[in-house]
Design a protein around this ligand. Structure first.
Ligand code: FES
Length: 104
C-alpha cells in the first residue's frame, strides 16, 4: 500500500464532463472526467478565485464561467489566447481497477 496514494472515487461515479468536489489534504479540489481521463485540480480559479464547479469540462480543459479563461487539465496552463494568468494547480491521478486515486 502506497501511503502517497489516496482513493477519492470509483470510476463509475462520474460520466463524461462530470465534476465532483473533493477535499484533499484540507484543500478544495475538483475531480472531473474528460473522455477516458480523470483529472484533479484546484476548485478556485487562479485568475480571480471563481468556483470552477460553476464552469465546464471538455476536451481535457476546464472553462471558468467568471471571465471565460480555459485551463489545460494535464498541465494546469491557461490556454486562452492572448491571456495569461498563474497555472491551475493539478494533481496526478492513477486508476487502479475501479478506484480513482490521487498521488499526494
Ligand atoms: S475568475 Fe476564472 S477566469 Fe476570471
Amino acid at each position: 500500500m502506497d501511503p502517497n496514494l489516496l482513493t477519492i472515487a470509483t470510476t463509475d461515479e462520474l460520466a463524461e464532463g462530470d465534476m465532483k468536489p473533493v477535499e484533499i489534504d484540507g484543500k478544495r479540489m475538483v475531480l472531473a472526467r474528460t473522455g477516458d481521463a480523470f483529472r484533479v485540480f484546484a476548485r478556485d480559479c487562479p485568475h480571480d478565485w471563481a468556483d470552477l464547479l460553476d464552469g465546464a469540462v471538455s476536451n481535457d480543459t476546464v472553462w471558468c464561467g467568471e471571465h471565460g479563461y480555459e485551463f489545460d487539465l494535464a498541465t494546469g496552463k491557461c490556454v486562452t489566447e492572448y491571456m495569461s494568468c498563474p497555472d491551475l494547480a493539478v494533481l496526478p491521478v492513477e486508476i487502479k481497477g475501479s478506484e480513482v486515486m490521487v498521488r499526494l
